[in-house]
Design a protein around this ligand. Structure first.
Ligand code: FES
Ligand code: CO
Length: 324
């Protein structure tokens, strides 16, 4: 299931022409490399000869050379040279994956793409909003636990006290959760008219206010939050997860907002603060894999969105502990 989805694996700017970058996705080693024409490639980072990481070798003239025995592989992943046996038939080839670039990130699909491209993030295309890339943040937990934390407002008063929440205002008013299917956002589940009192809801906030939130889960490992504060600040936050393994995850965050006064560094530092507050909580959750069996964890009414997310994963047949 997740094999056929698109996952973020790097910032586009991390892979310059003629360079390689090694990463992991769904327990698979991946090497990204950009050819002389600027086209990005994603291959299994594993030499078909003896399993060496190709990214430890070299990239020259759009050809990767394995560091172990010097076999070379051309653009389509086919072996073009075996130095120790020049007469040998060239049957070997590297596994090649689908890759595309969007929202300033490289996205890889290891299987047969079930979608034409990465998840919808329409605010990214809004020229009125400035874009800031935060993270990535590495978390020793499963990706669904991180999505659920992102959808959860009841922790604001405790984990983000003084910033996103206030222990004097811990109550989460009821909100509704629905499935959606539209041209702009695609399909998924969303929670609307979520309210929380926030002492400092954004980098630019000067005082506490009641913030209205909309949360959308647009793919199993992608959620987008839009804030509708009473003032003129508009902000959308996309949480885009790269599942490294079942229980380790890299989180990419893109902000699309109309705060043009704060510096990129200040906006990033604000997200870092929030994420680093969530990190020890996320890494302490047991089991790391999100339990999808009803009754495995006790829920209350304000966990509506997290329960909707669990049902959504179940409907997609993403069973407990199975990320592939
Ligand atoms: Fe790559 Fe032998 S392991 S050439
Ligand atoms: Co949090």
């Amino acid at each position: 299931m997740l094999l056929n989805d698109w996952h973020p694996v790097a910032l586009s700017t991390q892979i310059a022409t003629g360079s390689m970058l090694a990463t992991d996705l769904l327990e698979t080693r991946v090497v990204l490399w950009r050819d002389s024409g600027g086209v990005l490639h994603a291959w299994e980072d594993r030499c078909p000869h003896r399993g060496t990481r190709l990214s430890m070798g070299s990239l020259r003239d759009d050809t990767l050379t394995c560091p172990y025995h010097g076999w070379t592989f051309g653009k389509e992943g086919r072996c073009t040279r075996i130095p120790a046996l020049p007469q040998a038939p060239l049957k070997a080839h590297v596994n090649v994956y689908h890759v595309q670039e969007q929202y300033g990130l490289a996205w890889v699909c290891l299987g047969t793409p079930a979608h034409a491209g990465p998840p919808a993030f329409p605010e990214f295309g809004d020229a009125q909003l400035r874009k800031v890339w935060c993270g990535p943040y590495d978390v020793r937990s499963s990706a669904p636990r991180i999505i659920e934390n992102f959808l959860d407002m009841a922790h604001f008063a405790f984990v983000h006290e003084g910033i996103l929440g206030d222990q004097q205002h811990p109550v989460i008013p009821d909100y509704s959760v629905e499935a959606f299917d539209d041209a702009e956002y695609g399909s998924g589940v969303w929670a609307k008219q979520c309210h929380a009192f926030q002492p400092k809801a954004s980098k630019a906030a000067t005082g506490g206010s009641d913030i209205e939130y909309t949360y959308r889960v647009v793919r199993p490992l992608t959620a987008v939050l839009t804030k509708h504060p009473p003032d003129t600040i508009r902000e959308a936050i996309a949480l885009l997860l790269q599942p490294l393994t079942e229980t380790t995850t890299r989180a990419w965050i893109i902000l699309a907002l109309n705060d043009f006064t704060s510096s990129d560094d200040a906006l990033r530092a604000f997200q870092d603060t929030i994420f680093l507050q969530d990190l020890p909580i996320l890494e302490s959750q047991h089991p790391a894999r999100l339990p999808l069996t009803p009754g495995a964890e006790v829920s209350v009414a304000c966990d509506r969105m997290s329960l909707a997310y669990r049902s959504y994963l179940k409907q997609l047949n993403l069973q407990y502990g199975v990320i592939r």
